[in-house]
Structures are given as structure tokens and as C-alpha cells.
Design a protein around this ligand. Sequence first.
Ligand code: KIV
Ligand code: ZN
Length: 498
Amino acid sequence: MSEKLYIFDTTLRDGEQVPGCQLNTSEKIKVAKQLELLGVDIIEAGFPVSSPGDFNSVVEISKAVTWPTICALTRAVENDITVAAEALQFAKHKRIHTGIGTSDQHIKYKFKSTRERIVEQAVAAVKFARNLVDEVEFYAEDAGRTDNEFLARVVEAAIAAGAKVINIPDTTGYCLPHEFGAKIKYLCDHVSGIENAIISTHCHNDLGMATANTVSGILNGARQVETTINGIGERAGNTSLEEIAMIVKCRNDIDLHTNINTRNIFQTSRMVANLMNMPVQANKAIVGRNAFAHSSGIHQDGVLKDVSTYEIIDPKEVGVDDNSIVLTARSGRAALNHHLQHLGIELDEAQLAEVYEKFLKLADRKKDITDEDLLVISGAQNKAHHTIKLEHLQVTSGKNMKSVACLELSISGEHFEAVSTGNGPVDAAVSALKKIIHRNMLVKEFTVQSISSGSDDIGKVHIQLECDGNVYYGFGADTDIVTASVEAYLDCINKFKR
Ligand code: KIV
Ligand code: ZN
């Protein structure tokens, strides 16, 4: 039997740190249960000291998940560790992930400290955590840029203090694959006691090398990988779970196995993309819309002769059903539900009825209903908790005329109307909205995206608004782009602290 490669998923911690990807506790539980179904060994559920919401999510995920280890992140600070242990109290298997920056840049600029004091702090944190839980993972933040000799010293001290897993993050995504692999090998060769610990990789994708660096780490002795679904995470993201799982599965020359049930990959990918409003790029390896689409004549010809000519993975191996049912205005609820489930969306009967109504309206206007359309119409119920809702919107606009918008909102059931002109239809509608909502809002980001190519398409609007020093993320979708823009504003406004 080959050796096991442990899969540590940090979608709910590193992934969730991305602006706009924040989930509420029930959404995090949904993702955690899906990760359990996928076969993830360790779920990093959050950074409990960072907010009451994160604390609560770790508590609830610990209760909801059965067999995977639940991990909580801390800095090398006693209070962080105490809070993490408290958040993990209901976990059947628990781990504290504590650590400190070890590169000269971190020591000098972030901590204004010395190498000696960093080693002392690392040891103290691991010992403190070991008094509270059995399993402690130590991370040497920015290990990618840390001098190997010093890194080996810190790692040796952390193992002696009781760390069972040693995480070597390439925090800034700076390493080249051969360099990262050599770093892991250096630790294997120079750290006494390393045989008592598992080495973990945690690679960021700033230079597009997260997966390559992770593989290089595995080939040189790492036996745990830290990954996220769809590769989401800080800045350019983390190593994506699906890529590592399929590399280990496809490549016979890597004599390792994982616990991942790869047939659940696609569903998990879509659930995360959907809940986090973070679409998967079409050419993303393994889970992109085009990952298994052969478009050139030569490739199609080859695939028809023998699929092995251009396909190294059977799409079914990752849960992509290549004979999916085509949805049209004549499709029934069962076909719609089948599609939604395939996309990772579970609805109760009432929700399905609501989405089905929307689906029929859209199918009347649009010939080709795509998966993304379904994600948008089924995501609409995320607005169920909104107290401020758009009731009506009428906009007149055209060439050489001022746009005029007439808008009606309901706020906790009470109705308000406003009319305004503007420099274009979106400006007019937003200016009418601002006559009702008197908050100082500064637009930090506004992106409009159509889902496919037709003029009958659904438009999606992502927005970031700053209000009273806080930044809020909002999302809106509609076949009318002005309505989508107002919905995105309202999605933010509904999150404003009062
Ligand atoms: O990228 C990183 O270094 C991290 C650590 C906190 C593990 O996310
Ligand atoms: Zn990270």
C-alpha cells in the first residue's frame, strides 16, 4: 500500500479571508459537511480570536462534522491559543495551528524582533497549545523566504516542544519549485526529530506556482498539503485541492494516495463558487467550464477516434457528468433539481418552487440556460434576510437625453419612493436610491460581468462599498443590468452596521 498524503483544507480560513468571500455560519457548515463528504482529512475552520463570527463558526463546524479533524488558527499568542481551544471544545478530533513569521522581513519589520526571540516565542506557543490539545501544528510564516538553516532551527525547536505537524508556508508565493522542494529536503536531512512530525506545504500562487511548489514539496518528503477548493485564498490564492488530488491520482510515478473521493470534486467546487460569489475561471484545471471541452477540429477528431488522445482524466472521475440533461422551458422541476444538486445546491420544496418560477421566466427569455444562470437564480434566496428590498425600478434613458430613474424600496415593510436624474441609467438609479438611504457610501470597486455572450443574458454586478470606515461586498444579478446594479448596492447596504 502506498503512503498517505493528508489533505488539509483551508477554504474556510485562508479562502474565506478574500474580500467578498465571507460566509455566514450556516453557509460554512454547509461547506464543511461537503468537505467531509469529499474526504478531506483536516478542515481549517477559522481563526477564532479574529471575530465572534469566526469563533462561532469553529464551534458550530466542530459540532456538525463527524470524522475530519477540525483545526483552528492562532498567532503565537497565549490568548489566541486559549480562545482557539475553547472554540474547538466540541470537535471530535481537534488541532491548534499556531505559528510565527520566520523570514528576516517578518522578524525585522513585522515583529521588530530577533531570531532568538522568535524561536523562544515559537516554543512557548507550541508548549502552551500542547497543554490544551494533543495535536499542535506549527507554521513558520514566510518559510519560503526564510534562510534554511534558521528555518531548521525553529522547526527542530517546535518539534521538541511538541508540534506534531510542521507547516512550511510559501506565504508570498515566491519560491521556484526546485527551491521549495530543496527546502523540504533540507529539513528532512537536517532537523533532528523530523521523523516524529509530518511536514506540510502551504503554497500561495502569486507567481502561478502554488501547485508546482506543492508537488515539489511532496516529492521531497511532505506528507500533508494545505489547499483550498478552486484555489481561492489571499491575493492570487492557494494551491487548489482538486489539482493535487488529481495529480496524485493520475500520476503513477507518485506513490501516494489521498482520501479524496474525486467524484465529489465538481459538486464541491460549484458549491464553494456559488456560496462565495467567486466564479471559477473557464480554463481552470479540473473544474473550469472548459476543462474537458475539446473545441478544435483536430482534437475532436482525435477524441472521437480514441478518448486517450487528448484526455488524461475521465470527466466522470471528478464528477462532471458529460451527458447532462439540457434544460429548456419545458423541463420539469425534477430535471431542474437534478441540475441544481449536481451544482452543489440543495433546496427544500418551497425554495425549489421559488427557483422553478424564476427558471421558467428566464427560460422564456433565454434559449440556453447555463449552469451559471442556475447559480444566479438559485442564489437569489440569499436575499431572504434583507430588510431593505427593491420593489420597483423604472428607468428612462437613451442617446442625447438625461436618464431618469423612479425607484421604490421597502424598508422593514414600509415603502419609500424617489425619483432622480443621472449621468446614465445606473447613475440615475443609484442617485434615487441615495435619496432614500442617507449613508455616506464610497464605491471602491464596481464590476459588471455577463455570464455568457448573448444580449438576453443575465448580468452580474459585484460591488465594494465603503461606509463609516468599513468595506462591504455586494452582489446582484438580473437580465436588466441597472436592476442588478441596484441589487448589488442593496446587498451591501443590508450588511451595513447600524
Ligand atoms: O500563508 C500563510 O503563511 C498562512 C499561515 C497563517 C499558515 O496562511
Ligand atoms: Zn496562507
